[in-house]
Design a protein around this ligand. Structure first.
Ligand code: ATP
Ligand code: MG
Ligand code: ZN
Length: 249
């Protein structure tokens, strides 16, 4: 098992003695803050697939609209926290880079020293639900509290679940509580929303067909609060990056 290297400045005590003109005294060593930063990073639970996602490796050179959207997300992270609009909502088709950009923002916010948590929406709901089972483990029981308490929550793939009253109530209560306390929330969704400029009807051979929209999955109350607290970003219609990457030229 790898053991952690002992800090050469403080010998692992966490304190260094600082000599001053009149007095000398103990002061916290820098290594404490490094330890805190790496703990904050692992506590954020960013999935391995996105651990390296950053603004630097987001490719948008060939699409001005995509570049502008990336700049807006970057500005949000650089200027974080924003009292007026504490959240960010990324709406768009699958594979357009929503989770990548949301994680890039989250990592920048982590570097500023905020406590962050990445939550996959479906996984969060499952954990909350199983938390009510007396046989569940304690981490599932804490899932709901963590989603409320963490300083910055990234809720990935919002609405990716069939609707039940239970789901709607749970998600409304998380969003309402965070909104009432002005607690930042970054959310991504591939559900369309007419007010974010998405087409809620799609053309088919038989005419047009209604697509399940954000309000159908999370309810009007949660949606309304989300729009109130978030800068809303509609991703441009670019080709699914996952497919683009697989293509053999
Ligand atoms: N412009 C881009 N530059 C570099 N990598 C990208 C870009 N867009 C997407 N990717 C990568 O492609 C993969 C899919 O992107 P991502 O997961 O962010 O899409 P998404 O919009 O969240 O899709 P979904 O709606 O299915 O969740 C990721 O590995 C991501 O890092
Ligand atoms: Mg995603
Ligand atoms: Zn030290």
């Amino acid at each position: 098992m790898a053991s952690e290297a002992v800090c050469s400045k403080c010998g692992g005590t966490g304190f260094v003695i600082v000599e001053r003109a009149t007095v000398s005294g103990a002061q916290p060593c820098d290594c404490r803050f490094q330890g805190m930063a790496s703990r904050r990073e692992s506590d954020a639970q960013i999935p391995p697939l996105y651990r390296n996602a950053s603004f630097e490796n987001f490719m948008a050179a060939d699409n001005r609209d995509l570049r502008n959207k990336m700049s807006t997300v970057k500005r949000f992270a650089d200027e974080f926290p924003n009292e007026d609009k504490p959240g960010l909502l990324l709406i768009g088709e699958p594979g357009t880079g929503k989770t990548h950009l949301a994680v890039a923002a989250l990592r920048r916010i982590l570097e500023k020293g905020f406590e962050c948590l990445f939550c996959d929406y479906q996984n969060l709901l499952e954990r909350i639900r199983s938390g009510y089972d007396p046989a569940s483990n304690s981490s599932d029981r804490e899932a709901y509290r963590d989603a409320l308490d963490t300083e910055v929550l990234l809720l990935d793939d919002l609405g990716a679940h069939r609707v039940t009253d239970w789901v709607e109530d749970t998600i409304t209560s998380i969003i309402t509580a965070r909104c009432n306390h002005r607690k930042p929330l970054i959310a991504t969704t591939n559900l369309p929303d007419a007010d974010a400029g998405s087409a809620v009807y799609e053309k088919t051979a038989l005419g047009s067909q209604y697509r399940t929209a954000l309000r159908d999955r999370i309810g009007d109350r949660a949606r309304s609060r989300l729009f109130e607290m978030c800068t809303v970003i509609r991703m441009p219609l670019v080709e699914d990056y996952r497919i683009r990457k697989q293509r053999v030229f």
